[in-house]
Each structure stands twice: as C-alpha cells, then as structure tokens.
Design a protein around this ligand. Structure first.
Ligand SMILES: O=C([O-])CC(=O)C(=O)O
Ligand SMILES: [Mg+2]
Length: 224
C-alpha cells in the first residue's frame, strides 16, 4: 500500500530537515534503525535548495556498455507521467563501470520536471549541474558528476531497486537534503511531521539547557 498524503501533509514534511525526519521515523519502530537511508556515497548537488520530497519512480540504467540497446527512456517518461506527484526519479546503475556512468543532464531533467518530477536519485553519475541548478526546483542526488553520457540506455522501469543500501519501490515516499535521502515508510507517513516537530522542540530545550549550563549527567542520556 502506498501512502498518499494531502498537500498540507506534504508541505509540513518539506519544512523539516532529513535527519529530523529520520529521527521521527525511528519513534514508530516500523523498521530496523539501520535500514531506509542511503550512504555518504550519495551526494546532494544543490544543498541550497529546500528539502526534496517525492514518490519514487524507479528504473535501472546503464551508460557504460558500448553498443548495448535498452527499452528506451520513453518507457520511463510514460511511467513518470502517470505516477503520483511530486515524483523523484530513482535510477539504479546496472552497468559495468559505475564511477564513469552518467544517466541524465539538463535535457532529461527538463523533461522529467515537465512531467512532475522534483529531482533524480541515482547511485551513478549525472551532468549539466550548473544548468539544472539554474533551472530551479530540481535536485540532483548522485554519486558524482561525469562529463560524458557514454552510451546511455534504460534497462527496466518500475522494478524494486537498491540505491546505496536503500531499497526503493515505485511509490515509496523519499525525503532528502544536504544530509542524504531517507525513505518515509507508509505505516507512519501521516504522523512523521508531527513527531518531527516534537523532536525539534525537545532538541531545542536540550540545547537551551546546555547553553544555560543547567545540564545534569545523572538523568537520561543526552542523545542527538
Ligand atoms: O544526453 C544525455 O544522455 C544526458 C544529458 O546530457 C541531458 O539530458 O542533457
Ligand atoms: Mg546535456
């Protein structure tokens, strides 16, 4: 079951940073604490943008096999067009040379944005970073930038993929910013924003106590 949130619920989640979203998810005990987020090999290319929130549209891609033919990127665009919005296009690299892969640039990002996407998440490379940043409202989460697109093909669309240790299915709600990307589970998606605001209030109180030297180490543990 895919959680569909209201405009207000999505707006509330977008106002919160990703680590607080991650902490809020932990309070619901719906998955292991070490699952549901990407590692530091995935970088946020435009950290000045507000948090990115969207429903995943998945595909697998290869740009480093000479002469290989794929199913065509129109299959991905068709899936994206009919998917819940806002969408994040999730592209798992399945080619032989990931560090030299490049799966999208300005033209593809413009197409995706036109079809309702707010960003791309990939464990491979992207390019045209300056132009996509200038376009506005579109985030790049990727392993890095690569100058050549090699031989870019779409291998499959709509399947479960894994990006840097995080399993992603079509329709999964993803939240990301400079700190990384986290999956918001359906079971608690409608309650995460409220829990995050409570965590913020608690952290603020802890830091106020630290600043005022009223801190005691005899009570409960100070956690981040
Ligand atoms: O040509 C490509 O494969 C990617 C690219 O640069 C673009 O989408 O602008
Ligand atoms: Mg280009």
């Amino acid at each position: 079951m895919v959680a569909r949130l209201s405009y207000e619920q999505l707006s509330a989640l977008r106002r919160i940073d990703s680590p607080t979203i991650s902490n809020a998810i932990e309070t619901f005990n719906v998955r292991p604490r070490v699952a549901g987020y990407v590692g530091y090999d995935i970088r946020c290319m435009f950290p000045d943008l507000p948090p990115t929130l969207g429903y995943a549209v998945t595909c697998t891609v290869d740009s480093t096999t000479e002469g290989r033919e794929g199913i065509g990127f129109n299959k991905l665009y068709e899936l994206l067009k009919d998917a819940p919005k806002p969408a994040i296009v999730v592209m798992q690299d399945v080619g032989p040379d990931r560090v030299r892969s490049c799966h999208a640039g300005e033209v593809m990002a413009t197409t995706m944005k036109h079809l309702g996407a707010v960003g791309i998440l990939t464990d491979g490379g992207l390019r045209d970073a300056r132009e996509v940043h200038a376009m506005g409202g579109f985030q790049f989460f990727c392993a890095g930038l690569v100058v050549s697109h090699g031989n870019p093909i779409c291998v499959s669309v709509g399947d479960e993929v894994t990006i840097s240790g995080m399993r992603v299915r079509c329709g999964d709600l993803l939240h990301g910013d400079i700190n990384g990307v986290v999956h918001i589970p359906d079971e608690c998606a409608d309650k995460v924003a409220e829990a995050a605001y409570r965590i913020w209030a608690r952290e603020e109180e802890t830091m106020r106590q630290i600043a005022g030297s009223q801190i005691s180490f005899s009570g409960s543990e100070i956690k981040h």
